[in-house]
Design a protein. Structure first.
Lengths: 421, 186
């Protein structure tokens, strides 16, 4: 007979057995089986009256004793104290109740502790070479990213020989006016123990609805002037969806962060590129050249005073004239380098975008954006909680399955061993 | 060997009735009243100790009562559910005995139940009793679960932790083995 299939004879006997147990009449050929059933039942150990009373007495404490059983607020009978204690404080129940709670708490801590959102905008660091002393830590562009809720921040760092550029591609979701302003202190990077001269620049791309283009452009200018900067050139074109504005701004180096902050708060930030270049060596070379040229001029002046012939005087005069042009060029270069070090150049572009994408919509748009942010955070928490709970749950299930298997095996072994006892 | 015992072919219908459990204490008590004797008989046969069987029977009903909210009618009758709990409790008791090395007590003497039977019938029942005692515990268990517990084959499979076909096979073999043992003794 197959292990997976009963023989016809066995199946017929089992069917007859079920009929016997159900009290139904059976064929004559199964009367023997019926008699066997009856005999087995008859010879089985019987519970005597005293035993039944003992069991009754014990069980009555479980379900009959509390005649004045307290009713819970939900209307379910309250369990006996002992039962509640043993059932309610089981580790499995505690784990079932506490596990998800702990997972959610950890997820919230991870999400809000920077594990998720903070990871999207790590502080890029660039090591400075010994010959070019760029400050070891570049400005952290987290400020521009803080207001961006989409979190798809593409941050790349390119370190060059003497400088580094940090590009932060912000998503289309807007950082609107009123959003948290960048708080990065860029001045800290400009303070070098060796008084390095660092030229900083930034390129900011904003998105604004066409009808807000002029307002945003005006705000760019007024914010720049308010911070002591100047608009080197500007180009504003308001033509519906093709509206466009661009600005080249120059602000004192110490006000760069403030300017970026204020401009970022005007409307949605599409992208923010920042650069830092150490120009100390260039400045030192230009200064040395200028000093050398000035020294040469002094020497030529002395030679001119000592000149005997007219032709000598003319030759020296020509040299001084050429040197004066070189000194002027060198002085301009030095001044330009100094200006680059003391003032930061900011390139701003304002692109036309749909009102919703620009973040400059009405209250409903802002509410929608806020709702998206809330859902985004909730989803992040749920994902992290799931990532925590899933492996723990799998391990728990594995443990539960293993312990159940072991217990079942142990029970079967105990049953088999009972024959020899 | 039992062909002439037609009266034995009728099993008391009241015993075979399977009450639908009420989640409340009253419904549970009726469940207890209807199957406590059978649970005790099954447990006592496993443990071969009357006192321990009483304790395990009470424990099984206590557990069942506390877990009554977990009972699922789709997975079997309340009777089968109680038998499954009783089986686990009885096997836990056997495990405890193995660990502690404690000896079993007195098995209930079924001869007292044979009063009133004619000599031939009493003799046959004694043969069955001895045959049951001679069976392997797993064979005895499956017979008791079926004959005393009156579980369906699917319920039997669920209690034993095997497939329904395997449960049927085990039952058929156990019955054959019991017949064999009884015939040899006869």
């Amino acid at each position: 007979m197959s292990r997976t299939e009963l023989s016809r004879e066995a199946a017929a006997e089992l069917a007859a057995l079920d009929a016997i147990l159900a009290g139904a009449p059976v064929d004559d050929r199964h009367l023997e089986l019926a008699a066997l059933v009856d005999s087995v039942r008859k010879v089985s150990p019987a519970l005597d009256e005293a035993g039944r009373e003992r069991i009754d007495a014990r069980l009555s404490t479980v379900w009959r004793k509390p005649a004045d059983r307290r009713i819970r607020s939900r209307g379910r009978p309250e369990r006996p104290a002992g039962a509640r204690q043993s059932a309610g404080l089981r580790p499995a129940r505690l784990a079932l109740a506490g596990g998800p709670f702990i997972a959610v708490v950890v997820a919230v801590a991870v999400v809000f502790g920077g594990g998720v959102f903070g990871r999207s905008k790590p502080a890029p660091t660039v090591s400075a070479g010994p010959a070019h002393g760029v400050p070891a830590t570049l400005p952290t562009p987290s400020a521009a990213g803080q207001g961006n809720s989409a979190g798809r921040t593409d941050l790349s760092t390119n370190s060059g020989a003497i400088g580094a550029t940090t590009a932060l591609g912000a998503p289309a979701v807007a950082q609107r006016a009123g959003a948290p302003a960048p708080t990065t202190d860029y001045t800290a990077t400009n303070v070098s123990p060796r008084n390095r001269l660092v030229a900083q620049g930034a390129s900011l791309t904003l998105a604004s609805s066409p009808d807000q283009m002029q307002t945003v452009a005006n705000e760019v200018v007024s914010n720049t002037e308010r911070l002591g900067g100047i608009v080197e050139n500007s180009n504003v074109s308001v033509h519906g969806s093709s509206s466009y504005a661009s600005f080249n701004l120059s602000v004192p180096r110490t006000r760069l962060a403030q300017l970026i902050s204020s401009l970022s708060s005007l409307t949605a930030v599409r992208s923010l590129d920042q650069s830092a270049n150490d120009i100390t060596d260039n400045y030192d070379k230009a200064s040395a050249l200028l000093a050398d040229e000035k020294a040469q001029r002094v020497a030529l002046i002395k030679s001119l005073a000592a000149a005997v012939t007219l032709s000598d005087e003319e030759a020296i005069q020509k040299k001084i004239t050429r040197l004066d042009r070189a000194i002027a060029a060198s002085a301009h270069a030095v001044g330009s380098l100094l200006s680059r070090g003391h003032n930061s150049h900011v390139s701003v572009q304002v692109l036309a975008a749909a009102a919703g994408a620009a973040g400059g919509g009405g209250p409903v748009d802002r509410a929608l954006n806020d709702a998206v942010k809330v859902l985004d955070v909730a989803l992040a928490i749920a994902l992290v909680a799931l990532a925590i709970a899933l492996p723990i749950g799998l391990v728990g299930l594995l443990f539960f399955w293993a312990s159940a298997s072991l217990r079942r095996r142990s029970r079967e072994q105990a049953l088999a061993a009972s024959a020899s006892s | 060997m039992y062909e002439d015992d037609k009266s034995a072919a009728r099993v008391n219908a009241s015993v075979t009735s399977r009450p639908v459990p009420a989640r409340g204490a009253d419904g549970f008590e009726s469940l207890y009243r209807s199957c406590a004797d059978d649970v005790f008989a099954y447990v006592a046969s496993l443990l071969r100790d009357t006192s321990a069987a009483e304790d395990v029977t009470a424990t099984a009903f206590e557990r069942a009562y506390r877990r009554r909210a977990l009972f699922d009618l789709r997975r079997g009758t309340p009777r089968a559910w109680v038998f499954a709990i009783a089986r686990n409790a009885a096997l836990d008791e056997l495990r405890r005995r193995r660990r502690t090395g404690s000896m079993s007590g007195e098995i209930a003497d079924p001869t007292v139940d044979l009063a009133g039977d004619d000599d031939e019938l009493a003799e046959r029942r004694l043969l069955v009793r001895d045959g049951l005692a001679a069976l392997d515990p797993r064979e005895r268990e499956v017979i008791l679960l079926k004959f005393v517990g009156q579980l369906s084959n699917s319920e039997l499979a669920r209690v034993l932790g095997c497939s329904e076909t395997a449960a049927g096979t085990r039952l058929h073999r156990a019955i054959a083995r019991l017949r064999e043992v009884c015939n040899v003794a006869h």
